[in-house]
Design a protein around this ligand. Structure first.
Ligand SMILES: [Zn+2]
Length: 415
């Protein structure tokens, strides 16, 4: 038998830090609740105005930064806000019609986009993602509010806008949470509120089950090392076919025509539907590997590897989004249910390694759906083999998969 090389696990992205303390203590988590709003016409107008202001301020701050940078006089968030406030009443008096917190958050969003850009430059990432100007053509967009926000059974109160009806009653918790902010966004003609809140939940018991590896694919959505297979939902393929038809229809429509606008709206709706179907399917996977099986650790692939090796063109773009979303879901659910979440090292050949004996194949074609080991004779489904390898990483790593760095990083939970 060959000795399995120790491939580094990355440091945990989500760790249940207070393991073994028992389930008595409470812990605070940040989570979001997203629900649809039912605004009246006046409120729709106010939503549009606030989204417009958020976009305007973001663009103003971006232009200002570029200008000052080129003049050799870089600026920062606080300086920018001061200058903007000094001139806004004179130059942009209409901003007064909207809540101040929206302006404030737009400045912050730009600042975050800048910091992310610099972080990527420092890291040497290829796609640096310099902040881009927001255009009305990309959609109405969104705005964020904080401060005086209240929730009741069937309505939510926003600063300056007042009580807005909720489409789904009783979904937003109306007590026992601290509301941090609300993001209001438009999608395909519908308005949604995403409420960020701090919630007290009882500290979960640490998971004790066998660790689980998740292999994420295109043909099948995900394969877990315990043998559970998650197929892509059939509704997804159907919806995607419909989207393609609509896109062909759009190509036939005359620019600027009413029919073109109609088709565009249909496409936006279809996109939203596809995103929902996909998200729902991913929740099934993330629920299974955390709350349902309660393992001690979940191992997922590194985001880049999963994207790079498995997919082509369009499929890649789609799966990247899904993979990021799946990982995000597993991360926060891991925290809720006391499960550690780690990623495998970037160069770990999860597909090429035999889960039976650990020998590594030099070559494995994408078309080979079965993994056949020449050393030990194991024949196993390709994806299941990869998932099993990911799961077994935890056992061959010292200190229970906490990684060689030993960092105990706790991630913020977001929904
Ligand atoms: Zn083997």
């Amino acid at each position: 038998m060959s000795i399995r090389p120790v491939w580094g696990l990355n440091s945990p992205i989500s760790t249940f830090a207070s393991r073994g303390r028992g389930g008595l203590a409470a812990m605070k988590i940040n989570r979001a609740y997203k629900t649809e709003l039912e605004p009246n016409n006046r409120q729709r107008g106010a939503f549009m105005r606030h989204s417009g202001v958020a976009r305007f301020v973001f663009n103003w701050a971006l232009a200002d930064r570029i200008e000052r940078y080129e003049a050799g006089n870089p600026t920062n968030l606080y300086e920018q806000k001061q200058r903007f406030n000094a001139l806004k009443d004179e130059q942009f008096p209409w901003i007064r019609q909207t809540a101040y917190c929206t302006t404030e958050r737009a400045f912050r969003n730009l600042d975050t986009a800048y910091q992310n850009f610099f972080r990527r430059v420092k890291k040497g990432v290829e796609q640096k993602g310099f902040p881009r100007f927001k255009s009305r053509k990309q959609g109405i967009g969104s705005f964020t509010m904080r401060g005086c926000i209240h929730i009741e059974h069937n309505r939510i109160k926003l600063p300056r806008i007042g009580w807005v009806r909720l489409k789904e009653q009783g979904y937003l918790p109306d007590n026992g949470i601290k509301i941090l902010s609300v993001n209001v966004s438009e999608r395909a003609g519908r308005w949604f509120a995403s409420v960020q809140a701090e919630v007290d939940i009882p500290e979960p018991e640490a998971g004790t089950g066998e660790s689980v590896g998740v292999d994420f694919g295109i043909k099948t959505l995900a394969v877990c090392s315990d043998g559970t297979i998650f197929e892509n939902p059939k509704a997804l393929a159907k919806s995607e076919r419909k989207l393609k038809r609509l896109q062909r229809e759009l190509a036939r429509r005359k620019r600027g025509s009413k029919n073109r606008a109609k088709t565009k709206r249909k496409i936006a709706k279809r996109h939203a539907k596809i995103a929902n179907i996909r998200k729902h399917a991913l929740h099934n996977v993330s629920y299974h590997v955390t709350a349902k099986t309660k393992p001690s650790t979940v191992v997922v692939e590194d985001l880049n590897v999963a994207g790079m090796l498995k997919n082509h063109c369009l499929a890649k773009a789609i799966s990247d989004v899904s993979f990021g979303e799946l990982r995000r879901q597993i991360e926060y659910k891991g925290q809720w249910y006391g499960v550690d979440v780690v990623t495998a090292g970037r160069f770990y050949p999860s597909s090429k390694t035999c889960s039976g004996c650990g020998s590594v194949k030099p070559l494995l074609k994408l078309s080979e759906r079965k993994f056949v080991c020449e050393k030990c004779g194991v024949v196993i489904d390709r994806d299941l083999n990869a998932a099993k390898n990911l799961a077994s990483l935890v056992e061959c790593e010292p200190s229970n998969g906490r990684g060689l760095s030993g960092e105990l990083g706790r991630t913020e939970t977001l929904l």
